[in-house]
Design a protein around this ligand. Structure first.
Ligand SMILES: [Zn+2]
Length: 608
């Protein structure tokens, strides 16, 4: 786009005077772009829970004015008077002005109109936004507990692939459905954020956790015009809300680093998802402290002197222990922690290894898992989380994430991605068993965005033996030649005994960098690309020559600075069971997931 504009400008500059008026028009457009603009947070068309706390911020960018020159009204009344609170007026940048009123809320269901107006350089700049404020009412049977299960990047096609691999299909009929497919209600969720059509996992998890859209990399905040990633206008999230209003217990369980986007967005606030050290600090704040935190990410809890990555020299494991948390470091300790009232489980420095490498491969490949030979499964973590959180008579909110579905979709590692999807689905089964005994539990299973995997047919590994490169194409079965997969699961554990059975799934990728693929299981996780050694001034990825050197070469179809397959903006399925599950049917915006959760719980956020 930028390149095109430059070319166009260059072309115009070569034109004769006859085109001068056109050129003036273009120049005029540039000048108009530079005119001061007003942005307001929350953004236009926000749907806000009555009583939910948020930071209200009006920014005038492109002009510095005095406070008296920036007029902001809410339903016709001066904003500070409306919210009953003095704001802070700043000129954060040389050419900007801001009014921020922190920790305000709307008291009841209403239509809200916000008008902001400033006089800058003799011109009047205006902005109007509208909100709908709702109360969380209308669910006849209240949920006491909510378990939000997020298969990160788990598109509909990824579910189907897991069903093929785990259950099998004969004569066109599947031999079973996944646990997540056997639930009461189903809908489809959009995934886009406020800044771009394709989201990342911070932005999308934030929509589920707050009911507000935000930008890529942001969690629990609207993006502002300052560099500081911790000062952006906040929106109260689900962990904070259920703690404040109902004294519920809360937990986050993930196969990723616990400071990763999806778990962090449930509880904390930052413009920059990679602010891991600060995220741990926020996990410790009373109002946003989950009672159960489990996954990887040990390195963000330890100072550098103790092998961690913390620059501030503190040991946050000690901080959690002093607050009464039981701390566990492996599956054995975790499974014995039944009496814990609060639980911190950190099982690896970074992300946990994937199911394929930590459970399925026997013996475990130490070159992959290193010293971490006793990592828990997602089932073990979730089981203990339910036990600990279930002790609170006020109920609990638990988020469970199958994180490596996404992390293995990016490098297009079919087996590792599907094995983690099956592990996630078996965890859904475990939570359903809990809900059978505790029927006041709402279970929601969804994804936060898609990946571009397509289900092309099946692949004949036997016939392809000894063949290389382009020859492999001939063994992809299409139409009548797409024979049913021959995966065998003799021990009935839900995972095939041989991932490369004679006929296996043949998948494609809608977007991808340059890479090679031989359609067979990778013995270890491997990057599809490397930086082109001949390009030193920018990121420029080419196929990794060490990955599937005898495979088919695929020429990339996304920019060269993308090292892996990227997210898509597919609508993603949502399934739900339990009280309030009926709210999850039909198409919905991703912010509606939050609204449905608080409505299922009947949260009165206006209470103190
Ligand atoms: Zn991702």
């Amino acid at each position: 786009m930028i390149k095109l504009t430059r070319k166009l400008t260059a072309l115009l500059l070569t034109l004769s005077l006859a085109a001068a008026s056109l050129l003036a028009g273009i120049t005029g457009a540039v000048a108009a772009d530079a005119a001061p603009t007003i942005t307001i947070a929350p953004i236009d068309r926000a749907i806000v829970l009555a009583g939910q706390k948020f930071d209200f911020r009006v920014e005038l960018n492109g002009a510095a004015v005095k406070k008296s020159e920036l007029k902001v009204t809410v339903n016709g009344q001066d904003a500070e008077a409306y919210f009953g609170k003095k704001g802070v007026f700043t000129n954060a940048n040389a050419n900007s002005s801001e009014l921020t009123i922190r920790q305000v809320s709307f008291s009841k269901a209403a239509k809200i109109g916000i008008k902001a107006e400033a006089k800058a350089a003799g011109k009047t700049v205006k902005k109007t936004v509208f909100y709908e404020v709702y109360e969380a009412v209308g669910n006849p049977k209240k949920a006491k507990n909510v378990v939000l299960m997020i298969g990160d990047g788990m598109s509909a096609n990824i579910r189907t692939a897991a069903r093929v691999v785990s259950k099998g299909i004969d004569e066109g009929k599947f031999n079973g459905w996944l646990e997540m497919e056997k639930m009461e209600y189903m809908g489809l969720v959009t995934t886009s954020g406020m800044d771009s059509i394709v989201t990342d996992s911070a932005n999308s998890a934030s929509a589920y956790a707050t009911g507000h859209k935000t930008a890529v990399n942001a969690e629990g905040v609207y993006p502002d015009n300052t560099e500081d990633p911790l000062d952006d206008p906040r929106v109260e999230n689900i962990v904070e809300l259920v703690k404040r209003t109902k004294k519920m217990s809360t937990g986050v369980v993930t196969t990723a680093d616990v400071t990763d986007a999806t778990p962090a967005a449930m509880a904390i606030h930052t413009r920059k998802r990679s602010a891991s050290e600060a995220i741990v600090n926020m996990f410790l704040e009373a109002g946003s402290r989950p009672d159960v935190i489990m996954g990887g990410g040990l390195e963000w809890f330890l100072p550098e002197s103790a092998g961690g990555k913390r620059k501030d020299g503190t040991n946050k494991i000690d901080a959690f222990k002093s607050l009464g948390y039981t701390y566990v470091t492996n599956a054995t300790e975790l499974n014995k922690a039944n009496s814990a009232s609060k639980l911190l489980g950190l099982f690896k420095k970074g992300n946990l290894d994937v199911y394929f490498d930590r459970e399925y491969t026997k013996p475990v490949n130490k070159a992959i898992v290193g010293e971490y030979t006793d990592q828990p499964t997602l089932l073990e973590m979730t089981s203990q989380a339910l036990n600990v959180l279930g002790k609170n008579k006020n109920g609990f909110f638990l988020m469970v994430e199958g994180a490596s579905i996404d992390k293995m979709a990016h490098p297009m590692d079919l087996e590792r991605l599907i094995w983690d999807t099956i592990e996630f689905d078996q965890t859904v089964g475990l939570v359903k068993q809990y809900a059978a005994k505790h029927p006041d539990t709402l279970i929601i299973v969804t994804a936060d965005h898609g990946h571009s995997m397509t289900l092309n047919g099946t692949y004949n590994t036997e016939a392809a033996k000894g063949k290389t490169g382009e020859e492999l194409r001939e063994f992809v079965g299409t139409y009548a030649d797409s024979k049913f997969p021959t995966y065998v699961d003799a021990n009935k554990d839900g995972f095939p005994d041989d991932p490369d059975s004679t006929w296996k799934l043949a998948v494609g990728w809608g977007n991808h960098p340059d890479h090679n693929d031989d359609f067979l299981t990778n013995p270890t996780p491997i990057s599809p690309t490397i930086q082109d050694p001949n390009v030193t001034d920018k990121a420029w990825y080419i196929a990794n020559p060490d990955k599937d050197p005898n495979g088919i070469h695929f020429t990339g179809n996304i920019p060269h600075d993308e090292a892996v397959e990227v997210h898509t903006f597919d609508d993603v399925p949502v399934n739900a069971s339990g009280p309030g599950a009926q709210l999850f049917s039909g198409y919905m915006d991703n912010t509606q997931v939050f609204r449905n959760i608080v409505t299922a719980l009947g949260i009165k956020a206006t209470s103190k």
